[in-house]
Design a protein around this ligand. Structure first.
Ligand SMILES: [Zn+2]
Length: 434
């Protein structure tokens, strides 16, 4: 009589990580590649300024393609300029495992946010190949277009269009600070890459992945504080972005009586006070940020006639995010005394929980490699959250020194990054053989 079928557990996974695989992850090759990428858009203090769809972005992509082609991967690009590097599996028609992140940075960004996830994905695939291993499924490395939203807001355009969350034409008219539209920049980039093979946009046919995994720096202090190696990301909190336009009337600062003014700055202060009351959270979980303010005419001796400011609202609970976000427009209108205002929602990403498949595989891989891990949610948004409706998805975090990111001083050591890449390689290899 046959015995019970053994359940697949973390410990059986432990035994399945081939010993040659972690050794094939090349820490110095990965670090050298990251430092090479950091020179494209280098700014003082070890920072990087490499916006999406710029010449620097094109140079970074060419460098990545060069490494990937040398490693034996094939290249393709979709109409959103998402870049794919493919390792063939033993069953070429099987659904691929997809892994990657983004290559653009914040304007005053660091050397690791995004780019490490792409370089690590290539390193993981190369390690699998260098170790002489094969996979049943293909593995595709992806670099998503415009994750940061620093040049063209919002972020995650590449993954939103790919996943079907938004149409690829949604942001055609969005302009950068110089008036260049997203559509124009995208077309320029696609023309510069006309030599690269094209692929259809989205998870269509054999391109629908069996799983997606993204490696990323934590951007928070938890792993460092507990001296842990790996964050097993279980989900991502939700975000809603708004723009508020306040319209008043410009007057002479010396002659116009205060009682007769339509002062857009004073009105903004009243609005922000009211929003602070709306979003006050005794538990300090809700995140409310007014991060950008534009004042017109922005001179010291004129009453402002126009103010535009942004709101970034985040919470891990969908109901609270919905309730507070939906109350913003009404709160703004109720706070007005002398001006008018409009509220526009520019970006919505509801909270996301990853299915167990990928987090479990990450946790098992970390355990197999003798690394200390922690299950945690992500406070920042990532391309991974737009993959969730498409396939089982997840993320691997490595520690961020001081929890700092989106700043030149962002840092993770070569050893910590290599540990993360070993976990990624073991996880991808596991998922690609299921
Ligand atoms: Zn990022």
């Amino acid at each position: 009589m046959a015995g019970p079928i053994p359940r697949r557990t973390a410990s059986t996974m432990t035994n399945r990580v081939p010993p040659t695989l972690p050794a094939a992850v090349d820490e110095s090759r990965q670090w050298a590649r990251l430092m090479g990428m950091a020179m494209l858009g280098e700014i003082p203090g070890d920072g990087v300024d490499r916006a999406a769809l710029t010449l620097l972005d094109r140079q970074a992509r060419r460098l990545l393609i060069e490494w990937a082609t040398e490693a034996g991967l094939t290249v393709s690009v979709d109409e959103m300029n998402n870049l794919f590097l493919r390792h063939e599996g033993l069953e070429p028609g099987a659904a691929p495992v997809l892994t990657g992140s983004h290559m653009d940075s914040q304007p005053n960004g660091g050397r690791f946010d995004g780019i490490w996830g792409v370089v690590a994905a290539l390193e993981a695939v190369q390690a699998i190949r260098d170790a002489g291993l094969t996979t049943r499924r293909p593995i595709e490395v992806v670099a998503w277009t415009n994750e940061e939203g620093g040049r063209f807001a919002p972020g995650c355009m590449g993954s939103m269009a790919w996943s079907g969350h938004s149409a690829s034409t949604t942001w055609d008219g969005v302009a950068d600070l110089h008036g260049t539209t997203f559509r124009a920049a995208l077309e320029e980039q696609m023309a510069a890459e006309a030599d690269l093979p094209r692929r259809p946009l989205g998870p269509v046919g054999a391109a629908r992945p069996s799983a997606y995994i993204e490696a990323h720096i934590e951007q928070g202090p938890l792993l460092e504080a507990d001296m842990l190696d790996i964050g097993v990301v279980t989900g991502i909190q939700g975000s809603r972005w708004f723009v508020v336009d306040v319209a008043g009337r410009s007057d002479h600062a010396g002659t116009a009586p205060v009682s007769l003014r339509q002062d857009a700055v004073q009105e903004m202060v009243r609005i922000v006070n009211a929003l602070n009351t709306l979003t006050h959270d005794p538990a300090d979980v809700l995140r409310f940020t007014v991060g950008r303010v534009e004042v017109h005419p922005n001179t010291s001796n004129s009453v402002a006639d126009r103010v535009r400011f942004t709101i970034d609202l985040r919470h891990p609970d969908a109901d609270i995010l919905r309730e507070k976000g939906d109350a913003i427009a009404g709160t703004v209108q109720a706070a007005l005394r002398h001006c008018t205002a409009t509220v526009t929602e520019r970006f919505t990403a509801m909270p996301t929980a990853f299915q167990e498949l990928v987090p479990d595989a990450v946790e098992a891989a970390a355990e197999a490699l003798g690394l200390r891990s922690l299950r945690m949610a992500s406070g920042a948004f990532h391309d991974a959250q737009f993959l969730v409706p498409v396939c089982p998805s997840g993320m691997i975090f490595v520690p961020s020194r001081g929890g700092i990111s989106h700043h030149p001083s962002e840092y993770t050591s070569p050893e910590q990054l290599a540990a993360g890449t070993r976990v990624l390689a073991a996880t991808v290899w596991d998922l690609a053989n299921r």
